[in-house]
Write a new protein. Structure first.
Length: 227
């Protein structure tokens, strides 16, 4: 997926998430008036921000999934494979935001008094929820070789920041002329996108591996001799 489209998905998801949190806050306003300020600060606010974080991940993932499905319908599928597992670094962004939601006050005040049992309990609950959602997300990821390019598709719940380090197997459409080169390894093939904007890692052996190499050769993608 182009950097411009990634940026569009990120900022659109960010704006819609702000609207989502605002809407929920307005909806809960009559109830919040009867709740003490410490309870709002230590429980309600982190809860709303955590829901906002999950909403952002789902909205961004769903938006890209819809775009990719639209492209997929216009292309002839040659080969479809399961996507590779997410790396710990790629999964870490969503956990970093979760930690900031619950413990940023600790980093600011350097006092454990700001951390309540309610905050810790909510943090653990959302940590577990995110863990299983990422496991589910991994299983939805597919790498599809079509006549005109490679489509990485699925409900990708990783936080994909367009200005940061590109994630592997980022969902999107990659025409063959945008794939700079490929590197065949023992049990996988790595496809490098132009301008080093990330790579696609395909686990394949035997017949599937031969098919991929044939498709790449037919589309004049260069073979890389180094990592």
């Amino acid at each position: 997926m182009s950097r411009m489209k990634k940026s569009m998905a990120f900022f659109l998801s960010f704006m819609v998430t702000i609207l989502f949190i605002t809407f929920i806050t307005i909806l809960l306003d009559p109830i919040l008036k009867n709740i003490s300020m410490p309870s709002i600060k230590n429980t309600i606010l982190p809860l709303l921000l955590s829901l906002g974080l999950l909403f952002f991940a789902f909205f961004q993932g769903f938006l890209k999934w819809k775009w990719n499905n639209k492209t997929l319908k216009k292309n002839k599928v040659l080969l479809e494979l399961q996507g590779d597992s997410f790396t710990n670094i790629e999964k870490s962004w969503i956990y970093i935001f979760l930690v900031l939601i619950y413990f940023s006050q600790l980093f600011r005040d350097f006092s454990l008094k700001s951390i309540t049992l309610g905050r810790i309990a909510l943090f653990i609950i959302f940590f577990i929820i995110i863990y299983f959602l990422l496991k589910f997300s991994e299983k939805t990821m597919k790498i599809v070789f079509t006549k005109d390019g490679v489509i990485v598709n699925g409900l990708d719940l990783r936080i994909d920041i367009p200005l940061g380090q590109p994630i592997h197997n980022a969902t999107g459409y990659y025409p063959y002329n945008s794939i700079d080169s490929y590197l065949p390894l023992q049990d996988k093939i790595e496809l490098f996108t132009e301008f080093e904007q990330g790579k696609i890692v395909v686990k394949a052996k035997g017949k599937e591996r031969s098919q991929i190499l044939y498709i790449l050769k037919q589309n004049k993608v260069k073979k890389r001799k180094y990592v």
